[in-house]
Design a protein. Sequence first.
Lengths: 403, 290
Amino acid sequence: MRRNATVLAAGLSLAASILAGAANAQQTYKIGISGAATGPASPSYLPHIEAIRMYLRQLNDKGGANGVKIDVIFVDDKAAPSEAASNAKRLMDDEQVLAVGLMSLSSTYAPMFQAATRTKTPVLLLGQAVCPGNAAGPDKNPLVFCGGSTSDPNTAGYWQVPLVKALAEKHGDQLKLALVAADIPISRQGIDNMEQLAKKLGIAVVDKQALPLGAADVSGAAQRIIASGANYVTSWAPVTTAVQMLAALRRQGWNGWYIHNHSAEAEDTLRQLKDPKLVMSPEYAFTVEKLPVFGEIESAAKKYGVTLPADTLSLGWASGMMLEAALKQCGADCTREKLATALYGIRVDTAGIYPDPISWSAQSHTRPASFTAYAWDTKSQAVKRITDWSRVHGDLAKVKVLD
Amino acid sequence: MSLLLIIAIQAAFYTLLGLGYVLIYRATRVLNLAHGDVMVFGAFIFFQGLVTSGGSVVVAALAALTGAALLGGLIYASIMRPLAGYPVAVGVLATIALGITLRSATTVIWSGQTRYPAEHVGRLGGGFELTPGVSVSGVDALIILAAVAAILGISLFLQRAAVGVGMRGVAENVLLAAQRGINIHAINAVSWAAAAMMATIAGIFFSLKVRLGPDIWYVGLAGFAPALIGGMDSVRGVALGALIVAAAEVLASRYIAPQVSLVAPFLVLLVALWLRPWGIFGSREELERV
C-alpha cells in the first residue's frame, strides 16, 4: 500500500513537472535568429546580430513583450546556403520557433524560404538583409517580410544612379561610370538594374564587373576599371567588396569618386578611411544626425558589454524594435499563424533610424525606402550628410546635393 | 600601375604567405590550415601595437613578430608535439580546430569590427614613381622588399645558421637527425614560430593595404597553391609558384573576368600537379613519403 502511494506520488509529481514545463513553454516567445556571424561576409552582418541580441536582452530585462519573455535562439550560417538549410530545419522543425529573423547574404535565402513555406513560419529579413526583388509583387513569398536596411536591388538603383549623376554635375565631371558587384546573384542583379537606369539617364557605363567574395586581391580588376577610363565607380555589394576595390584603385593612383550603397559599417568606414571621395548612400540615418536613439544604443552597449560603435549597431537595434512590435501585436498567446497576420497590422517608428515608419501590407512586403548620402568632410574632419533625403517609389530619384 | 608590377606585388605577397606553409611542412609534414588565422591574430597584435604606441610602426611590428613567434612556439608545444607519432592527418585536423579557436579568440579580444591600420601609418600609403607613369605605393614596395629579404634570409639561415642546418636535417630525416643529437622538438618549435612570423608579416601588409578583421583568415589560404606548385619542401619554389599563381590570377581578372581569378590559380595547380606532382622544386622522395 505504502509502495503504491509512493509510486502514485512520483507519478503525480512527474505529471506536474511536465505540465509546468508546457506552461513555461507558453510563457516565452521562442524566436530564431540565423545570421552570418562568421565568414567573409560577417563584417556586414555581425554588428546587427550583436545589436538585436542586445535589444532583446534589454527588452527581457524590462519584462518582455506583453509581459512574456523572449527566448532567442541564435545560429550562425556563415553566409553559406548549406548552413542556412540546417539552421532552418533546427529552428523551424526542432525548436518550433514562432518566427525566424534572417540576417545574412541573399545566397542563404532559398533554403530558409523553402522551410518557411513548408512549416508556415514567418521570416523577417533584418539588419542589412537585402529585400528580394519580388517582395512588392504578386509572386512574393507571403511569409517573408523585409525589415532590413537594404531595399530590393531594383529600388536602390533609382537612388544611386541619379546620385552619381548629380555628383558628377556638381563637380563638373564628364561622367564615365564603372559598376561593381559582389559575385552573388542579388548583387549582380543590383548592378544590372543600375546599368539599365544609367542608359536611361544617358550615362556612359564603361565597365561592369562582379568580384568574388573570397578574393585575396582585386588589383587586376581595378586595373581594368582604370583602363576603361572610369572616373566614377558605384557598387551595390557588401562593404568588404567596396573597400577592397577602392583600396586597389587608390593604390594604383586612381583619384575618382566611389559611391557605395551602405552597410553596417558604412559610417565607421567613412570615419576610418577619411577618403573625401568615398560616398555611402544609406536608407537610414547615420549617428552624425545626433538622434536621441543613438544615445540609448550607446548606453545599452555599455551596459551589456558590446564594444562595437553605436553606428554599426543601429540597424540591429531597429530590427529589435520590429520584432517587439510584431510580438506585442500578436498577443500573449501568439502562434505562427497569428504572427504572420499581425505583421500586416504593425507600424514601427524606429525613432528616426529609418526616416519612414515600417509597415507592411498584403500587397507589398517591402519597407518604405528613403535615401540620403554621406561622405567624409575634410574641413570639419567628420562624416557629413551631402544630400537631402529622398523617398523612392520606383521612379528615378530627384537628388539635391548639399553645398 | 603596369600589369607586371601588379603581378610582382601579388607574387611577393603570396611568397610571404607560402613560406609559412613550407616552413611547417618541411619540419613536421603538416599542412597548417590555421595559417590564415595565425595571420589575422598577428596582424591584430600589430594593430594593437599601433594604437597603444600612438602609431609607431617599429614598436607595433616588433610586438607583432614577438607575439607571433611565441604563438607559433606555443602551438607546437601544446598541440602539435603531443600529436607526434600519430598519422599526419591528425595533425592537419588539429590545425582546423586550432584555426576556429584562434578566430573566436580574435573576435572576443578585438571584436568583429573592421579596422584600418593604414589610418595610423599614413606615410606608408603614399606612392612614388618608379618610371614615368608607373608608380608604386609604399606598402607595395615594402611587400616586394620583404619577400625578397625573406627568401634570401631563410635560404641563408638554412645554409649557415646551426639551427637552420638542424632544420634541414630534420626535414631530410627526422630519425637520423634525432640520433645525431639534434633536438627535433626545439627545431620544430622554431619552424612553427618562424611560420607564424611569416604569416604575421603577410597579415600586417594585407591589413595596411585593404583592411583587418577576423573574417580575413581566408586570405591566408592564398599561400597554399603557390607552395604546392613550387614544392611543399622548397623555399625557392614558393617564389616561382607565387609568381605563376599571381600571373594567372591577375591576367584572368584583367582580361577574362574577376570571377575567374579565384579559379585560375587552382586550374594552374591542377596542371602543375598533373605534370609534376611533387612541385617544380619539390623533392620526389618527400612526396612518396607522404
